[in-house]
Design a protein around this ligand. Structure first.
Ligand code: TTP
Length: 193
């Protein structure tokens, strides 16, 4: 087992963590994400990120374990991942022509150390037609994404403006992860993954 563990099943998070050029393992955390609605979006994503990291860290005591969680908010509503086409359609309709916020909470645990942080961005969508939304849903892209879209995929066509951290929209603020790992004393090696 390497010293660095990504407690996530997200292929995007895995791709972004490779940018560190350090060896790491991926161990998906099994946690119930439904019950955790905290007082603010920031608290919600940080608590879920910690829960994911903790679920894995309990078995790997010497490792640096990273968990993350992403949600989208529009008005007072929190959008997670759509469970079916109708939910995806509703989500994309509510995002059309408006500005929403994407929050990614990240937790890094190492022995007694715990670092929690949130990255966010405001994303403004163009007005979307029913036809555009239907075609997008048929691509399959919305289903494993918070808010029902991927800024790094076909969802890019919907984005008019972004203000904030792009990588928090994709679901992993890798620049901050790198800095926090350094601060925590992670022993970076000069070798490729
Ligand atoms: C808004 C948006 C979200 N997403 C993704 C990032 C996350 O993978 C996903 C939100 O779901 P999460 O519950 O944060 O993560 P996950 O279920 O994919 O993986 P795990 O819990 O095992 O770590 O939405 C994008 O890829 N692009 C986007 O533009």
């Amino acid at each position: 087992m390497t010293q660095l563990i990504l407690a996530s099943s997200s292929p995007r998070r895995k791709e972004l963590l490779k940018l560190l050029q350090q060896p790491f393992d991926v161990i998906a955390a099994e946690v119930d994400e439904r019950m955790d609605q905290f007082s603010s979006p920031e608290e919600t994503v940080m608590n879920l990120a910690r829960k994911k990291a903790k679920a894995v860290a309990k078995d790997y005591h010497n490792s640096y374990v990273i968990g993350a969680d992403t949600i989208v908010t529009i008005g007072n509503e929190i959008l997670g991942k759509p469970r079916n086409a109708q939910e995806a359609k509703n989500m994309l309709n509510s995002l059309s022509g408006k500005t929403h916020t994407v929050y990614t909470g990240t937790a890094i645990l190492h022995e007694e150390q715990q670092e929690l942080f949130v990255g966010k961005a405001d994303v403004t969508f163009w007005e979307l037609s029913d036809e555009e939304i239907d075609r997008y849903i048929q691509s399959g892209e919305p289903f494993d994404k918070a808010g029902g879209y991927a800024i790094q995929g076909y969802g890019a066509l919907f984005v008019k403006k972004i203000h904030g951290d792009y990588y928090s929209v994709v679901g992993f603020p890798i620049g901050k992860v790198y800095r926090v790992l350094k601060k925590m004393g992670y022993p970076f090696k000069n070798e490729k993954n």
